[in-house]
Ligand binder design. Structure first.
Ligand code: 5GP
Ligand code: ZN
Length: 114
């Protein structure tokens, strides 16, 4: 089994509540949701952090964001509003070092974030 938790979820070795799937990305519900809708969108290819993206990944990042927007519509939160978050490294609270886009919504979200 892969040493990376989200690589394991991407390959199906580790169970997750999948909401959408594509050749290059996977979306699944966060195991510890911080809002009524809390979904993670990950690239299937291992990329540790935003700092590790290269020019070749620009299309991939766009696909992750567009996927999140479609899922927000499916979840019924697109009109009220939602937040997309990419925590990067420990100082920003990143705990899983496989890039993941948080989609949060379904309740009012205050600003600035903690
Ligand atoms: P980070 O803090 O790295 O930005 O976010 C990691 C997220 O992954 C957290 O919100 C955490 O709840 C979620 N998470 C950690 N382990 C698992 C797991 O095994 N399954 C799922 N679905 N989510 C997980
Ligand atoms: Zn990984």
């Amino acid at each position: 089994m892969s040493e990376c938790l989200f690589c394991g979820i991407a390959t199906g070795e580790i169970d997750a509540s999948v909401v959408a799937d594509d050749d290059r990305w996977l979306a699944f519900r966060d195991i510890n949701p911080q809002a009524p809708t809390h979904i993670l969108v990950i690239p299937k290819r291992h990329v540790a952090t935003v700092n590790d993206l290269t020019g070749d990944d620009e299309t991939l990042v766009g696909e992750l964001v567009r996927a999140a927007a479609r899922i927000a519509t499916d979840e019924g939160i697109a009109e009220d509003g939602y937040r997309l978050v990419l925590n990067t490294n420990a100082g920003a609270g990143q705990t899983v070092f496989h890039l993941h886009l948080h989609l949060l919504g379904g309740r009012p979200l205050s600003w600035p974030p903690g």
